[in-house]
Design a protein around this ligand. Structure first.
Ligand SMILES: [Fe+2]
Length: 248
């Protein structure tokens, strides 16, 4: 069984594990304070949804079939799951991280990978695409990324796509340590990194898609990035576009 539509179950699994005493945990949510559901939602709703929506559309534009696009959207939604293993002092720090904190942050791809694989083994389902995206979404085309320093086509295609959407959304979003970049500047930065940080074959279709200011807008509330969500994300964007056009 392939795990399309499993993200809600994975998040629930994570929240329940985080709610257990330290001694009962086997990997996820070691030091985070507060309601685990709230924390999870703050991580994935918003950034995770936008990255999922953008990755779904870019995957379609780059020739992946619909089922693979939906799997990818699910993986994109959960790409930062491993951050649940970080202490709140790093996760919610206002201001720049120290070098030690940055090193700790770089563990999150491996944490997410291990957690998704544990979930998959427990549930006996194939979550290999989600696990792979969790592990490789910070690899860079020129080999300068982490955790494995993979380069070029040795980086799984799904992770290449999520990396683009992830960086673009981070640039155009305000963070505690930086203001949101204007969209044109962010698009220039993405273009400059073609062949360095990103697969140049993906950058061109990404820039075309991102010229639409509604790119990445998944409007409907979701309880998990299901196949329906991935498909609806595109449909809702087209719907809003048509509404806007009808006003002119
Ligand atoms: Fe990440």
């Amino acid at each position: 069984m392939v795990g399309v539509g499993v993200s809600a179950s994975i998040l629930d699994f994570a929240a329940r594990r985080m709610g257990k005493p330290e001694s009962a945990r086997t990997g996820m949510g070691g030091q985070v304070a507060g309601d685990p559901y709230e924390l999870i939602h703050s991580l994935v709703l918003g950034h995770g949804r936008r990255v999922a929506s953008m990755a779904f559309e870019l995957a379609g534009a780059s020739g992946l079939d619909r089922r693979r696009c939906a799997l990818l959207a699910e993986a994109a939604y959960l790409h930062d799951l491993g951050k649940l293993d970080l202490p709140a002092s790093i996760l919610f720090k206002v201001g720049a991280l120290t070098s030690a904190e940055r090193l700790a942050l770089q563990i999150h791809p491996a944490s997410g990978y291990r957690f998704v694989n544990r979930f998959a083994a427990r549930m006996r389902i194939d979550c290999s695409v989600i696990a792979s995206v969790c592990l490789h979404h910070h690899e860079q085309w020129d080999g300068s990324g982490y955790p494995l320093g993979l380069a070029g086509s040795s980086i799984p295609r799904e992770a290449q796509i999520v990396a683009l959407a992830d960086v673009f959304d981070a640039l155009v979003s305000g963070r505690s340590y930086k203001p949101a970049w204007p969209r044109p500047e962010a698009l220039l930065a993405i273009g400059d990194d073609a062949g360095k940080r990103f697969n140049p074959e993906l950058v061109a279709p990404f820039l075309e898609l991102a010229a639409d200011p509604l790119f990445g807008c998944a409007l409907e509330p979701i309880g998990g990035c299901t196949l329906d969500f991935a498909l609806d994300a595109v449909a809702s964007r087209a719907f809003v576009s048509s509404l806007l056009l009808s006003r002119h």
